[in-house]
Design a protein around this ligand. Structure first.
Ligand SMILES: C[S@@+](CC[C@H](N)C(=O)[O-])C[C@H]1O[C@@H](n2cnc3c(N)ncnc32)[C@H](O)[C@@H]1O
Length: 264
């Protein structure tokens, strides 16, 4: 495991990502194909007319896709002002979404939103940045609080279980473990439902990225090693990764998973 960053270092990391990448998806993650899979999974669970909160929205790369693909009113929040500046700059270039999308600074562990005010809360790769399990549980409870009864929490996060399975598969084929980044604390799956058991039911856990992770993190490096092809193994912007992201998801080898929870 990489050395764990402090909360201050994590905040600095995201501030730098905002300045470095502007409106690019890379401010959030370089792995564009898996981000597209995330958006597809979330969009398929959003209903037209819904009031949606997207917490930890970064520069709004995914937020505007939700609003473009569904008729939703969506508010994006991030605790880094530089991310929100970029998200607003993006929105300024999309007049069709004005009035439907807004961005503001906000912290997932202390949301300034009223109780029961959203039909859906979207959280993508945010809770893993909170440094400890207590803050993670608090964040999940905050998301539950702002949902109306029957509302959905759509939570796409990296899990310990998926990461371990992927590394076990890699080790079987002579590849080293992929370390957990120092700014992340992956979620233990049982803790997700447990944190909000008083108010929410777990509807499903979707291993939407399992095949993509096997293709990009196991098969690709093995093929590169076996053939000596001059392929950039870690580069997601390749034909291989694009193609790999089009396969149906099979198994439990994706670090990234979608949790769908419904408020009672
Ligand atoms: C990996 S990015 C994910 C961005 C976005 N959800 C997406 O789909 O691409 C994580 C984001 O979470 C934000 N974040 C981390 N801790 C947060 C907190 N306590 N409250 C709100 N946002 C936070 C970071 O600033 C960063 O923009």
């Amino acid at each position: 495991m990489a050395e764990r960053m402090t909360l201050e270092e994590i905040r600095k990391f995201w501030t730098e990502q905002a300045a470095l990448h502007g409106v690019s998806h890379a401010a959030s993650w370089s792995d564009h194909p898996v981000m597209e899979l995330e958006v597809r999974e979330i969009v398929s669970r959003l209903r037209d007319g819904a009031r949606v909160l997207d917490v930890g929205c970064a520069n709004g790369f995914s937020t505007v896709q939700f609003a473009s693909q569904k008729q939703v009113r969506i508010r994006g929040l991030d605790y880094i002002p530089g991310m929100i500046d970029q998200a607003r700059a993006r929105l300024a270039t999309m007049p069709a979404l004005r009035g439907e999308v807004e961005f503001d600074v906000g912290d997932i562990t202390a949301l300034g939103e009223p109780d029961g005010s959203y039909d859906a809360v979207v959280v993508i790769r945010v809770v893993i940045n909170l440094g400890n399990v207590e803050a993670q549980a608090k964040a999940l409870r905050e998301c539950a609080r702002v949902l109306r009864p029957g509302g959905l929490l759509l939570l796409s996060e990296a899990t310990v279980e998926g990461w371990r399975n992927l590394n076990a598969l890699r080790v079987e084929w002579g590849l080293p473990d992929i370390p957990m980044p120092g700014f992340n604390l992956y979620l233990e799956e049982a803790r997700v439902a447990d944190a909000v058991r008083d108010s929410m039911d777990l509807v499903e856990v979707v291993n939407f990225a399992s095949t993509y992770f096997v293709m990009s993190r196991v098969v690709k490096p093995l093929l590169a090693k076996a053939t000596g092809a001059p392929v950039a193994v870690a580069d997601p912007a390749s034909h291989w990764n694009r193609w790999a992201s089009q396969w149906p998801a099979i198994g439990d080898y994706g670090t990234q998973k979608l949790f769908v929870l419904r408020k009672r």
